[in-house]
Design a protein around this ligand. Structure first.
Ligand code: ZN
Length: 308
C-alpha cells in the first residue's frame, strides 16, 4: 500500500496550545523511517484545485480561504490558520484525490493519506474543529466522478462525530456514511435517529457510544450496524475517516480502544472491501492526539491494510 503525505503539511502550525500540531505527522514520518513496514511506500501529494474543493464546499467559503492564504486568522473557536495553513489544507485534500486516482486506475489497491489539517468536521460553508476542508468528502466526490463508481462507503471511527461529512451527504443515496463515536462529546451531533434525509434517508448510520467503551463495544457496533448496511449497499470503494482519538491513551477522548482493537476494526472494513469493492480502501487521517497512541493505531491499521 501507499502512504500519501507531504512534509509541507508540517508547516501548518495553528499555535502551541493546539492539540492538532505538527508533531502528530512528524512522529509518524520518523517512525516509518526507523521501522519501515514491508510493502508500504511513501508517495507525495498535490495541491487540490479550487474547483475540486468546490465539489464539496460553497464557492464563497472557498474564496474566503483562498483570500486568507499566507495570513493568520481565526476561523472558529478552535480552528486557526497561519502562514502555511492554506497550502497544507489543499495538500491534505490533494492526498485523497491522488490516492483515489491511483486506486481506481488499478495502480494500487489501498492507501493511507497521512494528512493534516484533518477534515471531517468541516461543513460546506465553514471550518470547524481543526478542519478547514473536508478531505474525505472531497475524496468521495472525486471517486464518484469516475464512470464505474456509483456507491462509496465512508467509515468514520474517529472518537468525534464527523458532522461535516454526515451533513454534506445527508440527502445522498450514493454515499453511505457510518459514524461510531463517543457521546456526549464534541460536536454534539450524531444521534442514532439521524439517518439521512429525503433520498438519503437510511444512508446515514450513527452509533453513539458512552465514554469508557473499548475494543469489544466497537467491534460489536461494527458487526451489528456496519456489516449489514454495507452488505445491502455494496460499496465499490471504501473510505475510512481514520482518527485515533478513541485510543486508550488519547487525552481528548475517553474511550479504551487498543492498537489491537484498531487492527480488528480495519480487518472488518477490509472484509467489506474484499467482498464488494475489489479490496479497494483509502484511509485518511483525522484526529488522534497522543503521539504514541496515534502511531500505534496507524501502524496497527496499516498492518492490516498493507498488501503482501
Ligand atoms: Zn476526533
Amino acid at each position: 500500500m501507499r502512504v500519501y503525505t507531504d512534509e509541507r503539511m508540517l508547516l501548518h502550525d495553528a499555535g502551541a496550545a493546539q492539540p492538532e500540531r505538527p508533531a502528530r505527522l512528524k512522529c509518524m514520518l520518523d517512525r516509518l523511517q526507523s521501522e519501515p513496514l514491508p510493502g508500504v511506500q511513501l508517495h507525495g501529494t498535490r495541491l487540490a484545485e479550487w474547483a475540486e474543493i468546490e465539489r464539496v464546499h460553497d464557492a464563497d467559503y472557498v474564496q474566503k480561504i483562498q483570500s486568507l492564504s499566507g495570513q493568520v486568522a481565526s476561523l472558529d473557536w478552535d480552528t486557526n490558520i497561519a502562514e502555511h495553513s492554506v497550502p497544507a489544507a489543499r495538500l491534505a485534500a490533494g492526498a485523497g484525490l491522488e490516492a483515489v486516482d491511483a486506486i481506481l486506475s488499478g495502480e494500487i489497491l489501498r492507501a493511507f493519506a497521512w494528512v493534516r489539517p484533518p477534515g471531517h468536521h468541516a461543513e460546506r460553508d465553514r471550518a470547524m474543529g481543526y478542519c478547514i476542508f473536508n478531505n474525505i468528502a472531497i475524496a468521495a466526490e472525486h471517486a464518484l466522478q469516475h464512470d464505474d463508481i456509483e456507491r462509496v462507503l465512508i467509515v468514520d471511527w474517529d472518537v468525534h462525530h464527523g458532522n461535516g461529512t454526515a451533513h454534506i451527504f445527508d440527502e445522498r443515496a450514493d454515499v453511505l456514511v457510518f459514524n461510531c463515536h463517543q457521546s456526549p462529546l464534541y460536536p454534539g451531533t450524531g444521534r442514532a435517529d439521524e439517518r439521512g434525509s429525503g433520498p438519503g434517508e437510511g444512508f446515514t448510520i450513527n452509533v453513539p457510544l458512552a465514554a469508557g467503551c473499548g475494543d469489544q463495544e466497537y467491534e460489536a457496533a461494527f458487526l451489528e450496524h456496519l456489516l449489514p448496511a454495507a452488505a445491502a449497499f455494496r460499496p465499490q470503494l471504501v473510505l475510512i475517516s481514520a482518527g485515533f482519538d478513541a485510543h486508550e491513551r488519547d487525552p481528548l477522548g475517553s474511550m479504551q480502544v487498543t492498537d489491537a482493537g484498531f487492527a480488528r476494526l480495519a480487518g472488518l472494513v477490509l472484509d467489506i472491501a474484499n467482498q464488494h469493492a475489489q479490496g479497494r480502501v483509502l484511509a485518511m487521517l483525522e484526529g488522534g492526539y497522543d503521539l504514541e497512541g496515534l502511531a500505534g493505531g496507524v501502524w496497527a491499521t496499516m498492518g492490516v491494510l498493507r498488501e503482501g
